[in-house]
Design a protein around this ligand. Structure first.
Ligand code: SF4
Length: 742
């Protein structure tokens, strides 16, 4: 299908690419200007398209559930650091609610260069296919995929296919998934691009690299649609102001300012350009923070943390030569990687390039499994990417299984002989291979997700012993809304508990409100400040996902000018936010302050919540909660491991006498502590709802949606359901919601 080329204007291509795999129809409608200006782009635009394409009863596996990839107006502009980000959006097979995952690499930018602000794929193909978007010839077509069920094999095949057709490797970007996405509900999508600067294994130059849209199982949706890869062939637009910015000089100035801050500050602060995000491991493991999950979040620190931390990788495993920005122009260059020799699976013995690990993967496959080997973590990272499965979900589910072994809920008879115990690298890798291929009953159940696995374990244990273990298993099955936890132990950060429970509508993930570090550093000392942070940080963080920019240059590079501010929250790095606002205004031709820009994120935060409410109904509040293990010590021995701190918490929260607390039996103290923590979390969630203009069940009020202007963008069915669900506020007592739509 041929389409007319378009010139970028204010960062937009102003066109969407719709592909219906069921009918074979390919359309390229204009992006409605009103929708564009309201939803901005990226995640927000994707959620709008998802909302329009689905009903409250649509399931992730239904053909009408779209897979959406969307960039944002500031994405793909290499004159500013970190404009690599694009978003994958779909109904999630692991949670059932909208799934959202951001990813780096060139794909989002190339999609824009080829002429599209978003790609929406519906239907299912009847054989494995590739989607090819050719920005050179302005054509879109589908072609049969090679018989590959591993992402890196596919990478080699696609490289050969398109270089043979005359394209340079640097002009090829593609999204892929693999066999693990078919056998789990948490498949990831890899975003592949060719890094011409990195030394190759054979001594030449250039390495294929990949970033992942890891969370919420969007790779499983892609595999279910029978799409193995989406290829974009494109090049950077040429000439002065090729993105159609309203004020190009302002864009250049903003880019130069942030480049300067990053260049001067990162070497003095976190050294992300050497250590990557994995440098966070020892910070989280600090004795006073206890925030690095160890053995399924039972512990929060370990003296071996340095063995899997950024310094170790930087000195022994990362290949520093070349350019480690995941898109040109990012001088933070935290996208680290290196070579490792694989020890397991069908590729054992291969020296493979691994992109990563990032903090999450290192904490997940390292401390949380009781494994302190950097090489093991890199190998696990490679296999997950190759199989197309999310490292975070995989590692959290494996930690749950290992704790089930620890507590006797599972034995090797349940796992076809695998003794999944803490620290056993060989068995952990074997299980990962089985998981990706669905090779045992336990692996297949683990592939379905934490909730299904939990129930399977409970049934087997009950059959064996006659005892129902459900209440105990629920304490440490680390999921919220069905999404396995990412790796922050939250006992010492109430705001992060609120983040996982209620501010992250995709489930237990930190992308919306990564508050833990600022909270540990004392940024939110009062209850009110913690609640406020649940509002303000997601505006910026999710707002970045709407714009197509990376969060790390403001999160991880603290602008010295911010420290000089005397009002407001300096931890949100206001001086750098102002530079982002200059970039935004320069591209879009507006004159907005950074707070105004990011307040607009309330629109899509509310839209996402509305879509969750469509699924959860009056029970929405029940899904805004976290397991006991994320709240505090789930048994006396765990209380005693941190006795001094836990005792001091009781003194602080309940105003008790320290000597009396010290003399109280542990069981009694632990009960008091957990009761109080639950109360505080419940209160925090209620204050958060109130701040957002939601009712006490977590459902957005109609007047809130009208005030935001969102009401007119909701489908009639959604409006009616919402009005009925919130009718208790306006209708006579005792009246029940009534739906016209069944
Ligand atoms: S800061 Fe890191 S993750 Fe963000 S764009 Fe730069 S290299 Fe990529």
């Amino acid at each position: 299908m041929k389409y007319a080329p378009t010139k970028l204007n204010r960062g937009y291509a102003n066109r969407i690419l719709n592909i219906d795999l069921g009918t074979g129809a390919i359309e390229t409608p204009e992006l409605d200007a009103q929708v564009r200006d309201y939803f901005i782009g990226g995640r927000s635009l994707g959620l709008y398209l998802l909302h329009q394409a689905t009903t409250p009863t649509t399931k992730a596996q239904d053909p009408q559930n779209p897979l959406i990839i969307a960039n944002g107006p500031l994405g793909g502009i290499p004159q500013f650091p970190g404009t690599a980000k694009a978003m994958a959006i779909s109904l999630s097979p692991i949670t059932g609610v909208p799934g959202v995952s951001n990813f780096g690499g060139y794909f989002g930018a190339f999609l824009k260069y080829a002429g599209f602000d978003a790609l929406k794929i519906t239907g299912k193909a009847n054989q494995a296919m590739l989607i090819v978007i050719n920005g050179f010839t302005s054509e879109v077509h589908l072609e049969p995929a090679p018989a590959d069920d591993e992402a890196f094999h596919l990478q080699t095949d696609l490289e050969a296919r398109y270089t043979k057709a005359g394209y340079q490797r640097r002009n090829i970007a593609f999204m892929s998934t693999g066999v693990g996405a078919a056998n789990t509900s948490y498949g990831c999508i890899n975003s592949h691009y060719f890094d011409v600067t990195k030394p190759a294994r054979d001594g030449g130059r250039g390495v294929w690299r990949s970033k992942q849209a890891g969370r919420t199982g969007i790779g499983s949706v892609m595999h279910d649609k029978n799409i193995l890869a989406i290829v974009v062939l494109a090049e950077y637009p040429h000439g002065e102001n090729p993105y159609g910015a309203a004020d190009w000089q302002k864009v250049l100035n903003a880019g130069a300012s942030l480049h300067k801050i990053v260049k001067e500050v990162d070497p003095q602060q976190l050294k992300m350009h050497r250590k990557g995000s994995v440098g966070l491991i020892t910070f989280m493991s600090k004795h006073e923070y206890q925030s690095l999950p160890v053995k399924n979040f039972q512990g929060g620190t370990d003296p071996r943390a340095a063995q899997i931390c950024g310094k170790h990788y930087a000195e022994h495993l990362f290949e520093h030569r070349g350019m480690d920005g995941c898109f040109p122009g990012c001088n933070l260059q935290c996208n680290k990687g290196g070579w490792v020799t694989l020890t397991s699976g069908t590729h054992a013995g291969l020296k493979a390039w691994v992109d990563g690990p990032e903090y999450e993967t290192a904490a997940g496959f390292g401390s949380n499994l009781g494994i302190w080997s950097a090489e093991f973590i890199m190998e696990a990272n490679w296999h997950c990417d190759n199989y197309g499965i999310d490292t975070i979900s995989t590692a959290t589910i494996m930690a749950f299984i290992m704790e089930c072994f620890q507590r006797g809920y599972l034995t090797s008879a349940d796992t076809d002989g695998l003794e999944l115990v803490w620290g056993n690298q060989k068995v952990a890798l074997s299980f990962m291979h089985r998981l990706a291929h669905g090779e045992s009953e336990c692996a297949r159940m683990a592939g379905k997700g934490m909730i299904e696995l939990n129930e399977w374990v409970a049934k087997r244990y009950q059959e064996r012993t006659g005892i129902d273990p459900r209440a105990d298993l629920a304490l440490f099955a680390m999921q919220t809304k069905g999404l396995p936890f990412s790796f922050y132990r939250t006992h010492r950060s109430l705001s992060m508990q609120g983040s996982y429970a209620a501010a992250s509508d995709i489930g237990a993930h930190h992308a919306a409100a990564w508050l833990i570090k600022a909270d540990l550093l004392g940024a939110f000392p009062t209850f009110e400040e913690k609640a406020r942070a649940l509002m303000t940080y997601p505006r910026v963080r999710l707002g970045n996902d709407n714009l197509g920019v990376c969060k790390l240059p403001w999160v991880d590079v603290f602008n010295p000018e911010s420290a000089k501010r005397v009002t407001g929250d300096i931890h949100i790095n206001p001086a750098s936010q102002e530079i982002y606002a200059d970039f935004y205004n320069g591209v879009l031709g507006t004159e907005l302050g950074w707070e105004e820009i990011f307040e607009r994120t309330d629109r899509d935060i509310n839209l996402q919540r509305v879509m969750n409410v469509m699924r959860y109904g009056a029970k929405t509040i029940d899904h805004d909660w976290i397991p006991e293990r994320a709240i505090g010590p789930t048994e006396d021995a765990l209380y005693e491991t941190e006795q001094e701190f836990n005792d001091s918490e009781l003194v602080r929260m309940l105003g008790l006498d320290a000597a009396a607390v010290a003399a109280t039996p542990t069981t009694e103290k632990r009960t008091q502590l957990m009761d109080q923590r639950r109360k505080e979390l419940r209160k925090l969630i209620q204050v958060y709802y109130e701040e957002r203009g939601w009712n006490d069940k977590g459902i957005p009020k109609v007047e809130t949606l009208k005030r935001l202007g969102l009401w007119e963008y909701l489908t009639p069915e959604t409006r009616e359901r919402l009005a009925a669900l919130t009718c208790a506020e306006r209708c006579p007592a005792g009246s029940e919601p009534v739906y016209a739509y069944a």
